[in-house]
Design a binder for this molecule. Structure first.
Ligand code: NAD
Length: 177
């Protein structure tokens, strides 16, 4: 029997409970999921504070704590490239073969549809709070954020002094304006 694989690509800056719910939902549908850590080259920016390696750790810990079978996923950092039209080929080159693409991002959906992939938009869970932008805002403003992310995200952010990093990056962007 052929293995059915799906891919979800996200910046995961940081991985939050919405990503986890969507990963579980995709795994109801496919045998294996490829989790692409998007914009892998980016870090130490207010919109992309964490390195690809730090995000791999967060994602791995989050999947383990959610008892997701380690045989059912791949976590693959994926750098951006300058040419949108050949980005799906770049993704294909970097990953195990997949037939389904899951994304809520209009550009990602468009690019993969044009290449003939089955593209599905998973439901969005509590998007007002469960978004990377909102979680980063909460971290920056000392608002409640921990309950919206997996324990592994909290631990990793603590280990790397991530709260301080985000606050310093925000200062830097203000002083550079
Ligand atoms: P993201 O982390 O915001 O979201 C990833 C996916 O997670 C979404 O599509 C959505 O399906 C899901 N998700 C997020 N919040 C959710 C919630 N609350 N409930 C349920 N599901 C939720 O990442 P993104 O910005 O969509 O990532 C796309 C990546 O692809 C980026 O890194 C982008 O740079 C990359 N990309 C690169 C190129 C290129 O290199 N030319 C082109 C297109 C896209």
């Amino acid at each position: 029997m052929d293995i059915i694989r799906g891919i979800l690509i996200g910046r995961m800056q940081p991985i939050h409970n919405g990503h986890i719910q969507v990963i579980k939902k995709i795994l109801d549908d496919v045998d294996e999921i490829i989790i692409g850590i998007g914009s892998a080259q980016a870090s130490h920016e207010i919109k992309n504070p964490f390195t690809a390696g730090e995000r791999v750790v967060m994602v791995k810990k989050a999947l383990v704590e959610n008892n997701i079978d380690p045989g059912s996923y791949y976590i693959i950092p994926m750098e951006d490239i300058n040419f949108n039209s050949i980005w799906p080929a770049h993704v294909k080159m970097m990953t195990p073969p997949f037939s389904k693409v899951y994304s809520g991002n209009p550009l990602v959906k468009q690019l993969f549809k044009e290449e003939g992939y089955i593209v599905e938009q998973p439901p969005l869970y509590d998007r007002k709070i469960l978004s990377g932008t909102e979680i980063r805002r909460r971290i920056l403003e000392d608002d409640d954020w921990e309950k919206y992310v997996p324990q592994g995200t909290i631990e990793t952010i603590q280990e790397i002094n991530g709260v301080e990093r985000i606050k310093n990056l925000a200062k830097k962007e203000i002083s550079e304006k």
